[in-house]
Ligand binder design. Structure first.
Ligand code: TXA
Ligand code: MG
Length: 307
């Protein structure tokens, strides 16, 4: 098993030396490397099993750092969102600066940048000083990790170090906003909601259908069990009874009663359903409002047919 630490300075040293470290953020754990170290970033893609043209987010300690070569321009809508929402669960897509290399973005001219709000991530990024490229620390197509134990279960000893920051308080990946178009467009819904962004910018294009960031597949965030989506609790109960009567192992995931808690525990619930040998998970969807957009997006992907 990989070494586990709670010391962000040790994690920063491993990243500075070209290592790959699983790091906690407020959303999910990331698989982190020095964004300017090509072999280290290539190892991130290998460990994840992810196609190398599928871009990574660059994480910085503070918003001002975007001007240290990470962006070619920082549009007004991006500046407004950064000022209000960073540090926080928001990734801004902006024109890439000279320190953003093709091995991070798959050769795109835009880069996704985020200043995370997690004390250990902040301490690590401050100590390291540069940009840290990190996708979610799961194998490609699997459920994102929201605890150090999830990372260890998924990636085993493939990473050099796991920085254990406990359970991620938000639980779903950051909201991604494309700030290179006007009005700005939400590509992946998250805890910073469409409603909040619309109020700040005056207008925003909503995510249409499941999230559309580059390389996102219909089937993603997938547990092994089959996920069935319903809108009402009564419908869930009826479906459970029907499947249980046929001898299937089936559980309910209630994302409607308390959507914020449901987001925080979503990925752990999907993992638990698999660990307990469930064949079906009946998910009760929240309304499409606030963090409900993100839950509906992730659950729709978890329920999509697998390739
Ligand atoms: O909350 C999060 O965002 C977590 C934590 C670790 O920060 N990270 C994360 O990374 O979810 P990842 O790689 O699993 O998802 C990022 C998504 C990918 O679908 C990627 O294609 C998209 O953002 N993306 C990144 N840079 C992009 C770019 N320049 N253009 C279009 N899409 C981009
Ligand atoms: Mg991911």
């Amino acid at each position: 098993m990989s070494e586990v630490t709670t010391d962000p300075r040790r994690a920063a040293a491993v990243i500075a030396a070209g290592g790959v470290v699983a790091i906690p953020t407020e959303t999910v754990y990331g698989l982190a490397a020095d964004a300017e170290n090509e072999p280290a970033v290539r190892r991130v893609f290998e460990i994840k099993g992810r196609p190398s043209d599928h871009p990574l987010i660059v994480h910085l300690a503070r918003a001002e750092q975007v001007h240290d070569g990470w962006v070619a321009a920082f549009p007004e809508n991006a500046a407004l969102l950064a000022e209000t929402c960073w540090p926080g669960p928001l990734t801004l897509l902006v024109p890439a600066g000279p320190r953003v290399h093709p091995w991070v973005t798959g050769g795109r001219t835009t880069v996704g940048i985020r200043v995370p709000a997690h004390p250990l991530a902040t301490a690590l990024l401050e100590t390291f000083g540069g940009g840290v490229a990190a996708p979610s620390a799961n194998r490609f197509g699997r459920v994102s990790p929201t605890s150090a134990a999830h990372v260890a279960a998924d990636l085993g000893d493939d990473v050099d170090l796991i920085l254990d920051g406990g359970e991620c308080p938000v639980g779903v990946e950051s909201t991604i906003v494309d700030c290179t178009v006007s009005p700005a467009q939400v590509l992946r819904p998250g805890a910073i909601t469409e409603e909040q962004i619309g109020a700040l910018l005056g207008s925003v294009a909503a995510a249409s259908g499941p999230s559309r960031a580059a390389g996102m597949l219909a089937s993603h965030y997938a547990p092994r069990c089959s996920v069935i989506l319903v809108d009402e609790h009564a419908e869930a109960e009826a479906t459970v009874q029907q499947l249980a009567a046929q001898g299937h192992a089936v559980a309910i995931l209630d994302a409607k009663t308390d959507p914020v808690t449901a987001a925080r525990t979503l990925y752990a619930s999907l993992r638990t359903a698999d660990e307990r040998g469930m064949q079906y998970l009946i998910a009760v969807l929240p309304p499409a409002a606030g963090i409900g957009h993100a839950l509906r997006d992730r659950l729709t992907k978890a329920a999509a047919p697998r390739s």
